[in-house]
Design a binder for this molecule. Structure first.
Ligand SMILES: NC(=O)c1ccc[n+]([C@@H]2O[C@H](COP(=O)([O-])OP(=O)(O)OC[C@H]3O[C@@H](n4cnc5c(N)ncnc54)[C@H](OP(=O)(O)O)[C@@H]3O)[C@@H](O)[C@H]2O)c1
Length: 239
């Protein structure tokens, strides 16, 4: 595949929406997904190739890296969207296990895929190719209940800077730090209302807000090592 736009975690929610919108804009989307689910039909109907992979293990990461290198002769963009979000368990062994899982998904997977695809990113015929890391506003201001999640996203934010330095001038490397974009089914109404109250714009952002930030980064020829916050002002509220 030439000039592929690879997006991880594209089976549902933000990743699925971005994959569909970028395909609509004419990008040659290659979607990674984790769990087989009905929503994937929306990608398959459009002949968007879908590759399954579990990014919580070293083997799973290596398998996906190898499959992508085999398939892609050149890459226009690599979007690291795959993520897991859970509170830290109180049990020490369970917390250590979670640390390993989040480290693999949020840090090692983007690191290895960036390395493995750097040649294909350099082969892109456009003036620039792009890497986009989807982090979180919690990377700068962690919520201690989610300390392992926040620390692993902070690690990803730091990798964003290293890769911007390593892959310039051909590859632009940027991050998007979302705030409350789409609540999980397990967020209670009371929690949702209190989080919305903490934003300046008084609403959750929705998937389109992230797609618009991705498109902005792909279009902008003079941004690298940057981060766009898409958080309705939550990170500066109450200061
Ligand atoms: N939603 C928000 O309000 C919000 C807030 C801050 C930051 N963000 C960030 O924005 C991005 C998109 O948010 P989202 O809410 O759409 O994310 P999400 O639903 O939590 O997860 C994104 C994708 O990651 C995949 N994933 C989970 N575990 C995986 C594994 N072991 N291997 C491979 N893929 C795996 C999921 O697939 P399965 O479901 O099939 O496992 C899912 O498709 C994420 O990076 C998230 O951290 C979102």
């Amino acid at each position: 595949m030439d000039e592929a736009l690879i997006i991880t975690g594209a089976g549902t929610r933000v990743g699925l929406h971005c994959a569909l919108r970028l395909h609509q804009q004419g990008y040659k989307v290659l979607a990674h997904y984790h769990t087989e689910r009905e929503e994937l039909e929306q990608l398959r109907q459009r002949q968007i190739p879908c590759l399954q992979g579990d990014l919580s293990t070293r083997e799973g990461i290596e398998q996906l890296a190898e499959a992508l290198v085999d398939r892609c002769t050149s890459v226009r963009a690599l979007i690291h969207n795959a993520s897991a979000f859970e509170t830290t368990p109180t049990d020490a062994t369970a917390a250590t296990d979670l640390f390993g899982r989040f480290y693999h998904i949020h840090m090692l997977a983007p690191y290895r895929l960036n390395q493995a695809l750097s040649k294909a990113l350099n082969n892109c015929t456009a003036e620039h190719s792009d890497i986009v890391h989807i982090t979180d506003i919690f990377a700068d201001n962690p919520n201690p209940v989610f300390d392992i999640y926040c620390a692993s996203k902070a690690g990803l934010a730091n990798l964003n800077l290293s890769f911007a330095k390593q892959l310039a001038p051909k590859v632009k490397v940027n991050a998007i730090a979302p705030g409350p974009i789409r609540f999980k089914a397990w967020h209670s109404e009371a929690v949702q209302n209190s989080i919305i109250e903490q934003t300046l714009l008084k609403t959750e952002g929705g998937e389109e807000a992230i797609y618009l930030a991705v498109q902005c980064l792909l279009d902008n020829p003079y941004m690298t090592g940057g981060t766009i916050k898409v958080d309705g002002g939550r990170s500066i509220a109450n200061l």
